[in-house]
Design a protein around this ligand. Structure first.
Ligand code: SAM
Ligand code: SF4
Length: 363
């Protein structure tokens, strides 16, 4: 048996196995990895693809992550916060399109006006939708008390990426201050889980200073955290950020895409029952990038429902697609494109993570 088949047959992977799988370049070997991940997904989750409607609530951010286009220090960005009534209209629109689940994402703020606003929005979305839409939050590091309040207000899921599990890499892509502390980030993720949320994390792939060994460690770390969902995608540079200086030290964009797909596949193999997002960053690199993700192990996609007038102010990275409105027509196209790769949007399900349902049964 050749090297890759040998590894794919193992019940558990060592770090060396994962490095081998992530480093595969030969197309046939890569196809074997992708195929195996797809089989594992079919066996554990079926053909289902879960939709989350993404609402980019606000680009106001107190932080200055060195990679992010909407970092507080980027003075070229027009700052916005979508008024509450517009957010509620988008939630209703999501339901009209038959979405069962939405995500609130925004820059990070933790002042009391913001914290209260999110609590109120959670309650309002729950009031106006029937059946109640499942709600994911992705609004950064907060106190345990805030997480608990938002969970009690009705939000079910929370996504907080650790960005990189390697403290050295983390420190190189963030300013060196208390607001950007690796230890606080990890502690916050612990608190998210303790508060009761279906918990998600993730990392960026193809960062400067990051090696394939680091990525293997990231996967092992994510597995150890026993999270319920993961959103990880390629790092894409943004010209108005400090990390752009490292642009000549990155993998070529096509290689970053393939590396991201291999990461998704290996993650599916080591965490068969979690939800894995096929991210917008994949779509930025290749047309149908999200479908690629679904073919190699991911099972969630997040169509962007943010009203068009705000989208050009939420450019995390260069070339982020922002001009297409999600309409009944575009949803029909998405449905058939997903069907053409042998999968189906699960219109009748909330799409809770099986990993979460199983761990909750045990508690
Ligand atoms: N502010 C919250 C936070 O940082 O957790 C949530 C919103 S933030 C925009 C969501 C994610 O965008 C980050 O966790 C980061 O991984 C990703 N992101 C930011 N800049 C990026 C870039 N240049 N390339 C790829 N992903 C990026
Ligand atoms: Fe702000 Fe999140 Fe961007 Fe960091 S990644 S600058 S916290 S929006």
């Amino acid at each position: 048996m050749n090297g890759i088949a040998n590894i794919l047959n193992k019940k558990e992977f060592s770090k060396e196995d994962i490095i081998y799988l992530l480093s595969v370049k030969n197309k046939d070997d890569q196809s074997l990895l992708f195929q195996k991940a797809f089989e594992v997904k079919l066996k554990n989750i079926g053909k289902n693809v879960y939709l989350r409607g993404l609402i980019e609530l606000s680009n106001q951010c107190k932080k200055n992550c060195l990679y992010c286009g909407i970092r507080g220090g980027n003075e070229k960005v027009n700052r916005y916060a979508i008024p509450d009534d517009e957010v509620i209209e988008v939630a209703k629109y999501a339901q009209k399109l038959n979405f069962n689940s939405i995500v609130f994402q925004s820059g990070e703020r933790s002042d009391s006006a913001f914290v209260e606003r999110i609590s109120n929005l959670i309650k309002k979305v729950k009031e106006v939708t029937n059946p109640k839409l499942r709600l994911t939050l992705s609004v950064g590091e907060q106190s345990f008390e805030t997480y608990k309040n938002w969970f009690n207000a009705g939000a079910e899921r929370y996504l907080l990426r650790i960005e990189s599990s390697n403290k050295n890499v983390y420190n190189k892509i963030h300013p060196n201050d208390e607001l950007h502390s690796y230890d606080i980030r990890l502690k916050s993720l612990e608190n998210v889980k303790k508060a009761g949320f279906q918990t998600g994390t993730g990392i960026m792939i193809g960062l400067p200073f990051q090696t394939v060994e680091d990525l293997a460690d990231d996967l092992l770390y994510i597995k150890k955290l026993a999270v319920d969902m993961v959103g990880m995608g390629p790092y894409i540079e943004h010209a108005d950020t400090p990390l752009y200086q490292q642009k000549d030290n990155l993998l070529p964009i096509q290689e970053r895409l393939e590396l991201a797909l291999r990461m998704i596949s290996v993650l599916r193999l080591i965490a068969p029952t979690i939800n894995i997002v096929s991210t917008t960053a994949l779509e930025t690199i290749a047309a149908n990038g999200r479908e690629f993700g679904l073919k190699v192990g991911a099972n969630v996609i997040m169509p962007n429902l943010t009203p068009l007038k705000y989208r050009e102010s939420y450019l995390l990275y260069d070339n982020k697609p922002y001009l297409n409105e999600v309409t009944e027509e575009s949803m029909k196209e998405l449905t058939s494109s997903i069907r053409s790769i042998g999968q189906e949007i699960a219109w009748d399900e909330f799409g809770d993570s099986i990993h979460y349902l199983q761990r909750n049964k045990k508690n």
